[in-house]
Design a protein around this ligand. Sequence first.
Ligand SMILES: N[C@@H](CCC(=O)N[C@@H](CS)C(=O)NCC(=O)O)C(=O)O
Length: 206
Amino acid sequence: MKLWSSTTSPYVRKVRAAAAHHGLDGQIELMKVGISFLPDAPQNRDNPLGRVPALQLDNGQWLYNSNVIAEYLDSIGKNSRLYPQDDSRWAALNLHALAEGMLENTVAVIGEKMLRPENEWWTARHDQMHDRNCRTAAVLAEHLQPFGTALNIGTLYAVCAVDFLLFRDKLTRASDIPGIQALKAWAEEMNALHSCLAATKPYVSQ
Ligand SMILES: N[C@@H](CCC(=O)N[C@@H](CS)C(=O)NCC(=O)O)C(=O)O
């Protein structure tokens, strides 16, 4: 399999962590993208949506979205399921939705801040997204409470979201989010307990 990926994307991290959880990472060739937002970014030739991640299966078929890819890898993996098949499924997916929403609120702002001159920034929209993330962080903390440090797709993605917000702190103002220190401590505990998370932390590649 081949994966369009970047070392910073939280969406890619979710997929790579799911692959590592199932010991599938050795079967995936990483094709690294520098800045995925650029108009001529290389993933464009295989993904009409122009985004990472995108996974090519061994039969040539492309899967285009981190949610589809992570669930696909979970379906072929032999380790414990990340997508619960019992009653806890909806709580895990709901936590996943909160983490995803925070990332959606954030990633568009980061793209604009990285690529547009500051005098063209839509700052009122940035403040709106920050306020939403502040509200959501409190709800995320409540929703992850019942799971403790257990690994499922919801807790895995929440770690990706918290770590990414802090990793891009200068662009996200994550350290101004009330309750972020408790979320950071929880994410650190998760990274220490689960090697698939420890192995996929974000970094800027040279
Ligand atoms: N919902 C998509 C989001 C993927 C996404 O937005 N990835 C970012 C990188 S973090 C990207 O490739 N952005 C390129 C762009 O928006 O131009 C998923 O879950 O895969």
